[in-house]
Design a protein around this ligand. Sequence first.
Ligand code: PQQ
Length: 253
Amino acid sequence: MNAIAKPAMTRDDFEQALRDKGTLYHIHHPYHRAMYGGQCTPEQIRGWVANRYYYQVNIPRKDAAIMANCPDANVRRQWLQRVLDHDGHENDQGGIEAWLQLAEAVGLSREEVIDQRHVLPGVRFAVDAYLNFARRATWQEAACSSLTELFAPEIHQSRLDSWPEHYPWIEGNGYTYFRKRLSEARRDVQHGLTITLDHFTTYAEQQRALDILQFKLDILWSMLDALTMAYVHQTPPYHTVTDAQVWHRGLGL
Ligand SMILES: O=C(O)c1cc(C(=O)O)c2c(n1)C(=O)C(=O)c1cc(C(=O)O)[nH]c1-2
């Protein structure tokens, strides 16, 4: 006997269920709370910036993977803007360059950020999981996984509001990235949300969308867990056997 299918949520209720996932956003992670609470050491801020660089350089690759899987030229045309936002174009240096400015403003050299020597394995695996999901999932599912951006303007604003006061040693020109993302994230999320609300319409599909969003929240949370081990508890990988950063720097996949 077939079970009776549960009724789908209304569009508004589904959107609200997605937004309710914000209670699990990494803004609530102790590492992030310490960052905007002013309790981080320069080393902890630098560790976060150097590791997050790996997220930054993989976001446009993730977006290009979504475009590669999408047969709809109208969606691709709009999605392309995300790649340009990070990689830059004529009138915009791009987000990756702005992130490198942030790195310099917190006292890191470009070289040590670009060569990824500080990127912890746990951070790498989390970011790689996001990129690989986008490669293999349908473009609508991958678009849905970007919806943590619903909660991103608040997190960028929290840094702009608190960092200059708590960390006067950070040079002011480092904040361009966060400012830039305030408007970009708001625009992107409208598009990603429309795709998700249009595509996931049955109860089971809506639950799947919520699972996908949880997967992405897990990625962001796990990155900060790895940073906590290394920079708060001073227990980076292999600390029981060596102080050297012996972990791999990516296999170029
Ligand atoms: O600083 C942050 O906490 C944060 C979080 C997220 C996010 O929620 O995935 C993004 C960003 N920043 C960001 O700057 C960004 O460009 C971005 C793109 C995406 C995405 O999934 O496509 N997320 C995020």
